[in-house]
Write a protein that binds this ligand. Structure first.
Ligand code: GLA
Length: 636
């Protein structure tokens, strides 16, 4: 098990014991470790790029369609630009053989998988993809059964046979299936869905009508508290361990697909290469907003090797088709800024040039694939418009101005949004039109409905000799965010559910993560403020938290710290401590609500891992204390 998990588990046990002894017992505290606790498994150093069959074909997928997409990736130059994963989604399976549990491929749609003895093999298929310079991805489920067995009951490509033969998911077969898919068949990428944990209740109509073997749900899509997040995490961790074992070269991608449920937005980074942050995207503006929102405030939880996944692209259909190129460009720009996996899901055998130009925008691909892995930060936030800023490995910025509404919108872009000097010229280059704009201090844009403007930026940094931590989320590992009990995040756009419509009292917040660590705002989306002073830059987090920062050559850490004025718990004192490679290098005395902010600085020269620890004398059943690392920065 991953060190973080064991840390977490120990904390949970300590809390449980403490609560048993007395309801007012102290909370177990995180401790600095001096080693990097972030997950380094898997090959997704930058967000995975490629193609996925689902939005294009659902279960009506076949070999000609997939190989056609693969050939088009090569012929259209998309593979050269990074789109190398060719991912086969739901629909490929025939059954699980009863004699030995081996998965059998539906050769009617994958003829090259046929073998004389009926065993079937995808080795020829993956060999062909590999010989084209591509990589191969496959789909499965973490439970007994897959999503199509609940939602595509009309499909001719559902698993066949007895209830046991139709149990195509990993449950009970984790290492057998993983070894088959990776060692024997040669896949490089696995998407692991979770319908098997959500939709097959033993007494449900679905299970009875279709003669499935039920599984008591561990995920209740309508209720975080009726979801067993620990069990779900444990199941995915078991898959992660099997993947690691089957891939000693570390060249694999593990895509967790439990749609933002079971608090995965917190633990996904410990377990997978990417994790879906929300339900399935549909080709609808409102759905795109919902999925985008589910990832946009989670920048501190992603970085090289682990990515928020707001789902595959739906460019080419519905609100993002060739008649809606403004929307299609917005969708692509936003996914690029979020460091989302870029997975085209369109029948590429007949892709029009206007769409190829969107997927093929090399400047935006470079933004998405920048090696620093800093997800964009929200520099201006509202339900109408947002300004996103992403810092590249070379220190330059990219800014996106996003009009969420169906009306034109005026947006002012300020040097301060970019953390650039107010009195020096700033040059922008439009990453769609390539046109240039120069301004000083502030400029204004009029955005068309649903338009996103995106620019690369040159200017003089506010902090000439360093970086704010909120500019470099890619090197930060939120080892412990101080969240006690997962809370639902109210900031995600609540669309009319594409499947249930308005057949309920309303669309509710669905995803845990409220109270998580944030860049340039508090965990509850307030401006950072200590003792009446507001901080434009900084990290907002809860007490009893541990952030790890990779130091790439800086000599000093500095911040101005204290209990944030917005905290609802005003009683507890907190201490801020800084460790460098496990050695204590700075510490504040206990600080309380209303105390003046304290400057803290530490010599970190030559040290690789900086740990920012906040401890308090909080008790288990109180609100956490909101704290601010104001202007937290690394300097030369
Ligand atoms: C779920 C996933 C989708 C897709 C389908 C396949 O809905 O979220 O991305 O894989 O299952 O049935």
């Amino acid at each position: 098990m991953h060190p973080k998990n064991s840390l977490k588990t120990r904390l949970m046990i300590a809390c449980a014991l403490a609560a048993f002894v007395s309801p007012l017992s102290a909370l177990a505290e995180p401790v600095a470790r001096g080693i990097w606790l972030g997950n380094t498994d898997g090959a997704a150093k930058t967000p995975p790029m490629g193609w996925n069959s689902w939005n294009a074909f659902r279960t009506e997928v076949d070999e000609a369609k997939v190989m056609g997409a693969a050939q088009a990736l090569v012929d259209d130059g998309l593979a050269r630009k990074g789109y190398i994963y060719v991912n086969l989604d739901d629909g490929w399976w025939q059954k699980r053989r009863v004699t030995d549990g081996r998965m059998i491929i539906r050769t009617r749609i994958f003829p090259s998988a046929a073998t004389p003895d009926g065993t079937t093999s995808f080795r020829g298929f993956t060999d062909r993809l590999h010989s084209m310079g591509l990589k191969a991805g496959l789909y499965t489920d973490v439970g007994h059964n897959a999503c199509s067995q609940a939602y595509d009951l009309h499909s001719p490509n559902l698993p066949e046979g007895t209830a046991g033969e139709r149990q195509v998911g990993l449950d009970g077969h984790v290492s057998q299936d993983i070894n088959l898919y990776f060692r024997e068949w040669g896949f490089d990428y696995l998407k692991v869905d979770a319908c098997g944990l959500a939709d097959f209740a033993p007494d449900s109509k679905l299970v009875k009508d279709n003669g499935y073997i039920g599984l008591t749900p561990e995920i209740d899509r309508a209720s975080l508290n009726r979801t067993d997040s620990v069990k779900v995490e444990r199941r995915y961790a078991e898959v992660a361990a099997a993947l690691k074992q089957a891939n000693p070269d570390n060249d694999y991608v593990f895509s967790i697909c439990n749609w933002g449920m079971a608090n995965v937005r917190e633990w996904g980074k410990e377990v997978g290469s990417s994790w879906r942050t929300s339900s399935d995207i549909t080709p609808n503006w409102s759905s795109m907003l919902h999925n985008y929102d589910s990832a946009v405030k989670r920048a501190l939880y992603a970085g090289p090797g682990h990515w928020n996944d707001p789902d595959i692209l739906f460019i080419g259909a519905g609100d993002f088709d060739t008649d809606h190129l403004t929307e299609a460009r917005s969708h692509f720009t936003l996914w690029a800024m979020l460091n989302a996996p870029l997975l085209i899901s369109y029948d590429l055998r007949k892709a029009p040039q206007s769409l190829l130009d969107i997927w093929g925008n090399a400047d935006l691909i470079a933004v998405n694939q920048d090696p620093a892995g800093n997800q964009a930060i929200v520099a201006y936030d509202s339900d109408d418009a947002q300004i996103l800023v992403k810092t590249l490995a070379d220190g330059h910025k990219v800014v996106a101005l996003f009009n969420r509404t169906a009306s034109p919108a005026k947006l002012n872009l300020l040097a301060s949004h970019l953390k650039l000097k107010n009195d020096a010229p700033i040059q922008l280059t439009d990453l769609w039109s390539k046109a240039g704009i120069t301004f000083t201090g502030e400029t204004e844009f009029e955005l068309a409905p649903h338009e996103t403007r995106v620019f690369s930026v040159q200017g003089a940094r506010e902090l000439a000799d360093g970086v704010y931590l909120s500019e470099i989320p890619g090197v930060i590992n939120v080892a412990d965010d101080g969240v006690r009990e997962p809370q639902l995040d109210p900031t995600v756009h609540r669309m009319i559910d594409p499947w249930a419509g308005t057949r309920s009292g309303g669309s509710r917040p669905q995803y845990a993560g409220w109270g998580g660590a944030q860049a340039d705002m508090t965990p509850y989306a307030q401006a950072l403020q200590i003792g009446g002073h507001t901080y434009d830059s900084g990290i907002g987090v809860l007490g009893n938290s541990l952030l790890q920062v990779k130091n790439e050559g800086y000599a000093t850490f500095r911040a101005t710290v204290g209990v944030d004025d917005s905290t609802s718990n005003r009683d507890r004192a907190v201490s801020f401590t800084v460790y460098a490679d496990g050695k204590l290098v700075a510490k504040t005395p206990p600080l309380k609500f209303g105390d003046a902010a304290r400057d803290i600085s530490a010599d970190i020269a030559g040290h690789k891992i900086i740990e920012l620890l906040v401890t308090d004398d909080n008790v288990a059943n109180e609100q956490p204390v909101v704290v601010t690392w104001g202007e937290a920065r690394l300097q030369k």
